[in-house]
Design a protein around this ligand. Structure first.
Ligand SMILES: [Ca+2]
Ligand SMILES: [Ca+2]
Length: 361
């Protein structure tokens, strides 16, 4: 039996899991290959037979994992429970150090129309209480929600500003807001909407109010109020200490963001370990999923940053190409240990079987 290598590689690269990429089995041992030689009616050299057997084992392993590996993109799911949301601790990078400039953005997919439900008038997206927040909100309870923004310069009150553009339900929409100390600007799906004057005292550039409030995704805490609990999916929350977007508009992102020097928080929501979702920015301001907040497979319209792994056949085994951290184990249940060596990693076919996976940082 001869298995087309293209099929094997296709299976590998198609399948991913939230925390880890596809897994591949290392070629089976030489003794197995020898036994195969005894029962097979062919004239190939033992070495060639060994490689065939190895690939067959690999193919079977990958097929068996298909059901585990079909979630390429994950997002935060909230269902309107006031105690279930995402929270990261306060960090000076999230308010005080921003000074007069920031951009906040996210992908959102609300499941409920504010105009239809009994929910009051606000689905919070990102909230840094008494500093800034963005939400799906309506002023008339009978209407569908629109993107709204609030910014609080130190020493001044704040209020909501309505972009007047609806955020639809059951559809992924990219929302963003910027502030330069003088003007708030709003964007939906890359299109500039409205600008609002929001200055400091006497028209001077404002400086963002610095508090000890945590960063929250999906709810607002103000005296225990529960009016702002989000329902639906949120993904790819990014806060930046720079103006990312101008009134010219921008192309909607098609890939997960890569943190740069201006990124102060970036939550991909692709994996949670022990309830902790990592901040991909250099601030490492990791947050937690509280109570029933979960990550679920989602069709967020961006390519994922999930790690990848693939294998190609070589003269004496396999070559494993991977991103992120390569780990191996003798059994799928682990324990997994980090494998030293850069990609592509050669793996000879004369060792005991092992499994490999790549893991995001
Ligand atoms: Ca995601
Ligand atoms: Ca602070």
């Amino acid at each position: 039996m001869r298995l087309p290598w293209a099929n094997v590689r296709g299976s590998l690269t198609r399948n991913r899991v939230p925390a880890y990429s596809a897994l591949v089995a290392k070629p089976n041992s030489l003794p197995l290959a020898v036994r195969e030689n005894r029962t097979a009616n062919h004239t190939k050299r033992p070495f060639m037979k060994k490689c065939e057997f190895a690939i067959r084992a690999l193919f079977v392993t990958v097929c068996a994992l298909t059901h585990l590996c079909d979630a390429a993109q994950m997002a935060l799911k909230l269902e309107g429970d006031p105690e279930s949301y995402f929270e990261a601790p306060d960090h000076s990078g999230l308010d005080g150090d921003l000074g007069s400039v920031f951009t906040v953005e996210a992908w959102v997919n609300p499941t409920t129309n504010l105009g239809d439900d009994t929910h009051p008038n606000e689905y919070m997206i990102v909230n840094k209480e008494d500093s800034y927040e963005i939400s799906v909100r309506n002023n008339d309870l009978a209407t569908e929600g629109s993107l709204q923004v609030a910014v609080q310069p130190a020493g001044l009150p704040w209020e909501w500003w309505d972009s007047q553009v609806t955020v639809p339900v059951n559809k992924w929409t990219h929302v963003a807001a910027t502030w330069d100390g003088l003007v708030i600007r709003t964007f939906v799906d890359g299109k500039f909407l409205l600008a609002f004057d929001k200055t400091g005292a006497d028209g001077a550039p404002g400086v963002l109010r610095d508090t000890d409030a945590s960063l929250k995704v999906g709810r607002r805490v103000r005296g225990g109020d529960t009016h702002s609990i989000y329902k639906g999916l949120i993904d790819e929350v990014r806060i930046s200490k720079v103006i990312r977007y101008t009134e010219a508009g921008f192309a909607v992102p098609t890939a997960a963001f890569t943190p740069d020097k201006d990124t102060v928080a970036l939550y991909h929501f692709d994996e949670a370990i022990g309830g902790v979702v990592k901040d991909a920015s250099s601030f490492a301001n990791h947050g937690r999923l509280l109570n029933n907040a979960v990550l679920v497979p989602a069709k967020t319209p961006i390519t994922s940053t999930l790690p990848t792994i693939s294998a190609t056949r070589t003269a004496d085994g396999l070559s494993i190409t991977f991103t992120a951290t390569l780990e191996s184990a003798n059994d799928l249940k682990g324990p997994w240990t980090v494998v030293s060596g850069a990609s592509p990693l050669p793996v000879k076919a004369d060792q005991a079987r092992r499994f490999f996976r790549s893991r995001s940082p």
